[in-house]
Ligand binder design. Sequence first.
Ligand SMILES: [Zn+2]
Length: 157
Amino acid sequence: MPADHEHRRAQTLLDQITTRDEGVSSGDERWLAGHLAGCTVCSEYAEVSRRTVRALDSFAFDLDPEAALRVQMAVRGRAVELGSGGRVFAVAVPVAAVLTLLGSIAAWVIIAWMAGQWKWPSPAWQIAFTVLWLLPSILLDAVIVFRKNWMDEEEGS
Ligand SMILES: [Zn+2]
């Protein structure tokens, strides 16, 4: 029964041969052949490596460029979906809306009080409030909400 370090050496050599990154010396090759002849574990490992490499090679050949592109698009689309939040997104939008609403009410109360104190003309400060406070908040929320749709449209075009 070969020792553990021999299995490790054999499997490392097999990896080097199958990945074709590095060559192995003829001495190593001879040693490996000898080890594989007497070791079922490593011959099975060698067989699996060979089959995996062959499967990957044929997979790469069978895949037509259009199918590859479709897969890539699908994966990227899914990544965009996940990237823009999924569950987090579903929670973030209502939270943002509620914070905007509460912030606006609080700001409105404060500004209404100030308007009363300094006798600002009534429609003027209300319009100013709408433009300077409410509009940016609503636009920001709209950007967060519709960003996903815009990204999807860009993806499709
Ligand atoms: Zn072995």
